[in-house]
Design a protein around this ligand. Structure first.
Ligand code: ADP
Ligand code: TRP
Length: 327
């Protein structure tokens, strides 16, 4: 089987963007690939954070991923910082990465603006650590949301640079997107994102979600209930595409364009369909976070060990090729 590698930062609760933009693919593809999924806590250190919160965030993210459908016997879910070779290979890759390539990265430019007061070297080096993540396991397929495609392309460049300088070692990986590689934010923003406060979390209850969806903006042309709308201009419609079956969607589309239904009806139907996906996740999470927690934490330890062994094999090869192996 080919190797799949992906990662997610423990920086906040998993939301619909993460789920429909990436995680849904992980759940599906874990059966077809040798699958590694990393909780990338080292990446999360590149922005301001509270050390006391980190262990809880890491555990919670792992529990949520299992609740979303990642299976213990299919995917190797592990914590990045428990495999020191990620940092070691980052340094190695730093030596073959042109500075200009990192300065051009969209995410770096965005974060440099966002965290103007504390732009550290890690923010710039972030894609190199990501390349090390993927290539340590010789990952070939990298399922991510659209915002990460540039980093996967960068990883391919790193592999190419390394292979041409030191001999064929790493595969050239491919990003793999879902049908909705960019989920809009509740505020209509181009991206639902933890840092923008425009998310619907996968563990939220129907009531919590309604408190956000009820007041959310729709097509601005629908001022009154009798005004027809254009679904394609409405964030809620983009959400129907995620969860509402096609036949019902056709009905809602017609209802909106003919003013047959109001925005509240439309939102209620979205909520009902969304809860069909989220209720089982929340229930599984409650089980795992209670009785299942100890077993999951032990699984993370065991997976860390497994990953250290895989990483050690790759590092031995890298050291030898780079002249770091003593006679
Ligand atoms: P966030 O951007 O909210 O901090 P992460 O950076 O941890 O989330 O992203 C984890 C995964 O979810 C990545 O593969 C990322 O591309 C994907 N993802 C995040 N937000 C979205 C979104 N709004 N639409 C599609 N995919 C997304
Ligand atoms: N940078 C990714 C994000 O913000 C997370 C990540 C780290 C990742 N390492 C990775 C994704 C390796 C895919 C493969 O979402």
């Amino acid at each position: 089987m080919k190797v799949l590698f992906t990662g997610i930062q423990p920086t906040g609760d998993i939301h619909l963007g993460n789920y429909f933009g990436a995680i849904a693919n992980w759940v599906r593809l874990q059966h077809e690939y040798t699958t590694y999924i990393s909780v990338v806590d080292l990446h999360a250190l590149s922005i301001p954070y509270e050390p006391a919160d980190m262990p809880g965030r890491v555990a919670d993210l792992a529990l949520t991923l299992y609740a979303c459908g990642i299976q213990v016997d299919k995917a190797v879910l592990f914590v990045q910082s428990e495999v020191p070779a990620h940092s070691e290979l980052t340094w190695i890759f730093n030596t073959i990465t042109p500075l200009g390539e990192l300065e051009r990265m969209t995410q770096f430019k965005d974060k440099r603006e966002q965290f103007r007061a504390s732009v550290n070297v890690a923010l710039l080096d972030y894609p190199v650590l990501q390349a090390a993540d993927i290539l340590l396991y010789k990952g070939e397929v990298v399922p991510v949301g659209e915002d990460q495609v540039q980093h996967v392309e960068f990883t391919r460049e790193v592999a190419r640079h390394f292979n041409s300088r030191y001999g064929d070692t790493f595969p050239e990986c491919q990003a793999l997107l879902t049908a909705t590689p960019r989920v809009l934010g509740l505020d209509g923003d181009a991206k639902m994102s933890k840092s923008k406060g425009n998310t619907i979390g996968v563990l939220e209850t129907a009531e919590q979600i309604w408190a956000k969806v009820g007041p959310a903006k729709t097509d601005p042309a629908r001022v009154r209930r009798t005004d027809p709308g254009t679904p394609e201009k409405c964030t809620i419609w983009s959400y129907h595409l995620l969860v509402t079956p096609e036949a019902e969607r056709a009905d809602i589309h017609k209802g909106c364009t003919t003013a047959g239904i109001g925005c509240i009806d439309c939102k209620k139907r979205f909520q009902a369909n969304l809860m069909k996906v989220l209720d089982p996740i929340r229930e599984r999470y409650a089980e795992l976070a209670g009785a299942g927690r100890k077993g999951i934490m032990e699984r993370l330890d065991a997976n860390g060990e497994k990953c250290r062994a895989v990483a050690a094999t790759t590092m031995a090869e890298v050291r030898e090729k780079m002249g770091l192996k003593r006679e």
